[in-house]
Design a protein around this ligand. Structure first.
Ligand SMILES: Nc1ncnc2c1ncn2[C@@H]1O[C@H](COP(=O)(O)OP(=O)(O)OP(=O)(O)O)[C@@H](O)[C@H]1O
Length: 445
């Protein structure tokens, strides 16, 4: 254990000897009585009895830091406070139990690839991370699995801690939250849970849908949520559905989720998915590894609806390359690796209108009823038209027959829809990619 008093006395002696502080009275009345209270990592805290003694000490900050760096044999920065302020801080620290943030250090903004599919969500996350508890509270992010919600949640926490290390951040999945609540009920410590969450500046809660049907946990979460928002602390929530579609969660909670800002993340477009894949390859750290472009395109086409599975396939490819002791992965190699994968097997189901409807609906996370309905909302029109086009292209059916399937639309409507799809396929590579992917799922490509 270092004697901090001795270190400070020797520091003041050096200030005197080297004429860094020439005024002897100032040295004895102001520098010597200061106290070196603590050293934590590279930060030394110095206190003074009087507030106005702080500035003269700070005027010699760089010299003091250099002397102390010598004494501690590591680079030191100093923080000068009044005794009163220091004691207050200490008291607060005592009351606040040390909260582990549970953040994933590798999930940061710098390695999150941004494209049209996730731009709004990423922008909002960035804003919240640098300005927590202000305008976008709660921030609600939703998407299908594997599209980067957890990554963004952690990026918010990591950036916020970088910007202000004193912020208390906690990442938790709603499953773990429920476990904590159950445990607190068993051990009669629910009050501790409330005071624990009261001390959190940024609460990042992942996969809120798992609160479904957990009455007591939802009840406690409701109170914690209100307290966080009312104290201008930040809460960020992710879910596999948008707030309106969350089932089994109390209405009052859903209306609170809607009171902030919500953004969805869509499956990435071709270019974004490819950029993510390239980033993940870079992260493998093998600079000799060559994966040919057609393999990358193949992987993106097949797996970009879920980045987690794209990553999984890359790991599989990498593992096989190590086993085969090769750094060159071309389509021949990749086809062997992927040959038993579900996505590239031909569909077993017979090709019918129903199968096309079901496959397209699944691809767009819609129901068949939504696709065949009269509703002309934009997100329904594209899948509906693609469905009509595929029926026409892949089955021996007339425009009129297709029209009947789609809530009795007439044949000219179907004909125009099919024409539109044909034109868009030629003009828009992302659109073509989507149609090709559905065809692959149908086993026709
Ligand atoms: N835009 C992106 N840039 C870089 N990596 C990404 C991106 N989107 C997702 N990933 C990566 O994909 C993997 C899955 O992402 P993540 O766990 O964040 O998905 P999720 O939406 O939270 O899924 P779930 O709903 O299953 O929890 C992670 O390794 C993440 O780093």
């Amino acid at each position: 254990m270092q004697d901090l008093n001795k270190i400070w006395t020797s520091c003041v002696d050096t200030l005197e000897k080297q004429n860094i502080v020439e005024d002897k009275i100032m040295l004895d009345s102001l520098f010597r009585p200061a106290t070196l209270e603590a050293i934590e990592d590279n930060k030394v805290t110095i206190t003074t009895d009087l507030q106005w003694n702080i500035d003269p000490i700070l005027e010699k900050q760089s010299e003091i830091e250099s002397i102390l760096s010598n004494s501690f044999s590591k680079p030191i920065t100093i923080n000068v406070l009044s005794k009163e302020e220091y004691n207050k801080k200490k008291l607060k620290q005592k009351k606040v139990p040390k909260i582990d943030s549970h953040l994933h250090p590798d999930m940061t903004f710098s390695n999150f690839i941004v494209g049209n599919s996730n731009r709004m969500a990423q922008n909002a996350a960035l804003l919240v991370s640098t300005n927590p508890g202000k305008n976008f509270n709660p921030l609600f992010l939703y998407s299908h699995p594997g599209l980067g919600k957890t990554h963004l949640l952690n990026a918010i926490g990591n950036r916020a801690k970088e910007t202000n290390p004193d912020l208390v951040v906690r990442y938790i999945t709603s499953k773990d939250f429920v476990d904590e609540i159950i445990n607190s009920i068993k051990t009669n410590t629910t009050d501790d849970i409330y005071s624990y969450y009261r001390n959190i500046d940024i609460l990042l809660i992942d996969d809120i849908q798992f609160l479904f049907g957990k009455e007591k946990s939802s009840e406690m979460f409701f109170h914690i949520f209100n307290e966080i928002i009312n104290s201008n602390h930040q809460i960020v929530i992710t879910s596999d559905k948008m707030p309106d579609e969350l089932q089994g969660i109390e209405e009052r909670l859903i209306s609170r989720f809607k009171s902030g800002l919500s953004f969805g993340i869509d499956p990435p477009e071709f270019e974004t998915a490819k950029a993510i894949l390239e980033k993940k390859i870079e992260n493998l750290g093998n600079t000799d590894l060559v994966i040919t472009d057609d393999v990358l395109d193949f992987m993106v086409m097949n797996y970009c609806n879920d980045i987690r599975s794209l990553e999984g396939q890359l790991k599989r490819l990498f593992f096989c390359s190590i086993m085969e002791q090769t750094n060159y992965i071309d389509m021949n190699f990749a086809s062997e690796v992927f040959k038993d994968q579900k996505t590239i097997k031909k569909a077993q189901e017979p090709l019918t209108k129903e199968f096309i409807l079901k496959t397209t609906a699944e691809f767009y996370y819609l129901t068949i009823s939504q696709i065949i309905s009269k509703n002309r909302t934009r997100n329904l029109v594209t899948p509906r038209e693609i469905c009509m086009y595929l029926m026409r292209e892949l089955l021996d059916v007339t425009f009129s027959e297709i029209g009947v399937t789609f809530s009795n639309r007439d044949h000219s409507t179907v004909m125009k829809a099919c024409k539109r799809v044909e034109t868009k396929i030629k003009k828009d590579p992302d659109y073509k990619l989507a149609v090709d992917k559905i065809k692959q799922k149908l086993g026709t490509l």
